[in-house]
Design a protein around this ligand. Structure first.
Ligand code: LIP
Length: 269
């Protein structure tokens, strides 16, 4: 079995196990543990518990790998080592949905190669699991993207009515005006816009052909590491573009071949 296949199977197992814990904690009631970058940027006790569970499982299975988690940052999985693999984890992507009881959240697990610098990372395997819907999206580099055992393909061309697009907004209110202006430009090729609230699910839905495209500024590696692999393995394109303004909020764009260039042009004007 190839390394990518081994990492894929572990990512799927961990995503399922972590998702079940998140789902159980949701039924028990969610406590906000703290706010982070802005008042609206919350972390729950479950976020932290799920990430720690993932870290412990990876410590058992692959102690020499690297680890980057949304809640605990970058560190070796366990005692460090010479592994070239890093696990990139969003324990509960869509935390605000999770806190409000909106069933659109996911555990995002990606295994990347390329050392410690995210700029050099190449995703080898990824899993995005929504415990509320039971949907598990997964991919292996050069092995395709899947929803359970169904192979995924992005849409080749949008319908005549226009593209069904998705986007998201940062937690900082100061970014909303420019983000909304970007939505206005994207609407010139859209039939409608969706704001699902979890980047990993937005990307999984592009891979599944449920969305024709997705764009959002300010995503972190844990938001997109697994979802971007789903998109590219489903025949789509994913780019992350530095924007000309001062804010360090690169724009992520994902779409099938019939939409990508137009969406990229409109959203980076
Ligand atoms: C969320 C992203 C979403 C974005 C939110 C937030 P989190 O990640 O998945 O696309 O719009 O602002 O960043 O914080 O729930 O892990």
């Amino acid at each position: 079995m190839t390394l990518a296949a081994q990492l894929h199977d572990l990512a799927v197992d961990i995503a399922r196990e972590a998702g079940e814990l998140a789902r159980r904690r949701r039924t028990e009631g969610v406590a906000i543990a703290a706010t982070k970058s802005a008042l609206a940027d919350i972390v729950t006790d479950a976020d932290r518990e799920v990430e720690e569970m993932i870290r412990l499982r990876l410590g058992e299975e692959r102690p020499g790998d690297g680890f980057l988690g949304e809640e605990s940052g970058a560190a070796p999985v366990s005692h460090g080592g010479d592994s070239d693999v890093t696990w990139v984890i969003d324990p509960i992507d869509g935390t605000v949905n999770y806190a409000y009881g909106i069933p659109s959240y996911a555990v995002s697990v990606a295994a990347v190669a390329g050392g410690s610098d995210p700029e050099h990372w190449e995703a080898l395997a990824g899993a995005v699991f929504n415990p509320a819907s039971g949907e598990l999206f997964h991919a292996t580099r050069d092995g395709g993207a899947w929803l359970h055992d169904v192979r995924l393909t992005v849409t080749a061309e949008p319908a005549a009515a226009g593209a069904l697009l998705a986007t998201g907004f940062g937690y900082d209110p100061a970014t909303h005006a420019s983000d909304l202006a970007r939505v206005g430009r994207a609407m010139t090729i859209a039939r409608d816009i969706r704001r699902i609230g979890a980047a990993s699910l937005d990307l999984a839905f592009v891979a599944a052909g449920r969305l024709d495209g997705y764009f959002e500024r300010g995503l972190q590696p844990w938001d997109f590491a697994a979802g971007a692999l789903l998109v590219t393995e489903a025949g789509g394109r994913f780019s992350r573009v530095e924007m000309p303004d001062a804010a360090a909020r690169p724009l992520a764009v994902a779409a099938g071949p019939g939409v990508f260039e137009r969406l990229l042009s409109l959203t980076t004007e």
